[in-house]
Design a protein around this ligand. Structure first.
Ligand SMILES: Nc1ncnc2c1ncn2[C@@H]1O[C@H](COP(=O)(O)OP(=O)(O)OP(=O)(O)O)[C@@H](O)[C@H]1O
Length: 247
């Protein structure tokens, strides 16, 4: 089991935003984290990556909690934030070198392994550019390139498609699938439900900090007795059923 979240309650103050979440992600699984604005997707992610401390419960990656072994825990996952976070004074090459250092990778080897991805993203010839010269989508690609330079057990990705053109979005999905084939797990928050159906094995539906569904499309269709509905239809139904309380 790559990720296990047990009885997690948490948030930004003593008042919890997340309420008793329980879920797991197996090796080689791509799981979509879904919910309306404010449902708690980013907050869940912040708990998994150790930016927030649980008020109750725990998160384990490969069986370890952050408190048990900080270094091993942090090196087991790679994270792509919702908004690109780049250092103005570092070039793309230096961003990659910085990532390699954080994960104790040999930079030349890691860069060589990342070359196909950087070429696909048309960044290979821009290794010495500074972020100020990159477009929004290019900045997002830099974040993806840094995250995928690492062969992590778990990729935690917050809204990856913001700013990506359709070609880059397809390339990105192909990358996720390649890592999945290699046994890695992915937890990815997204509002793009139609696209999520192409590549997610399972979905976690969050509503007002509660986990209201966890399963494959077939599981969720059965749970809500909507056998022919797609993910978006089920989601809209859920949102309306609860009088828009899913926020
Ligand atoms: N830094 C913060 N301090 C206090 N409360 C916060 C903070 N960030 C988010 N929240 C609150 O936590 C709740 C969940 O927010 P979160 O960002 O996790 O939602 P989300 O599902 O990721 O939404 P979106 O789809 O808009 O990105 C919301 O009520 C929000 O107001």
């Amino acid at each position: 089991m790559t990720l296990s979240v047990s009885n997690l309650s948490g948030g930004y103050s003593k008042q919890p935003v997340l309420h008793d979440l329980n879920f797991t992600i197996a090796d080689g699984e791509i799981v979509g984290l879904i919910g309306l604005n404010g449902a708690g997707k980013s907050t869940t992610i912040k708990h998994i990556i150790g930016l927030l401390k649980p008020l109750a419960g725990e998160v384990r990656i490969n069986g370890l909690s952050l408190g048990e072994d900080n270094q091993t825990y942090r090196q087991a996952f790679s994270y792509i934030p919702e908004m690109p976070v780049l250092y103005d004074e570092l070039t793309l090459r230096e961003h990659l070198a910085f990532t390699a250092m954080a994960y104790r990778l040999d930079f030349d080897q890691a860069l060589a392994a990342s070359r196909p991805l950087l070429e696909q993203f048309r960044l290979w010839e821009r290794l010495d550019w500074l972020p100020i010269h990159f477009s929004k989508g290019m900045k997002q690609k830099v974040m993806i390139a840094c995250a995928f330079m690492v062969e992590a057990s778990l990729y935690v990705i917050d809204e990856p498609f913001l700013g990506l053109d359709p070609l880059a979005a397809n390339d990105f999905i192909a990358m996720l699938e390649a890592r999945k084939q290699a046994g890695a797990s992915v937890l990815l928050s997204t509002h793009e439900l139609q696209r999520a159906e192409q590549y997610c094995d399972r979905y976690l539906f969050l509503a007002a900090g509660h986990l209201v569904a966890d399963g494959s499309l077939a599981d969720i269709q059965a749970q809500f007795q909507m056998p022919d509905a797609n993910l978006e239809e089920i989601y809209l139904h859920l949102a309306k059923e609860s009088g828009h309380a899913l926020s």
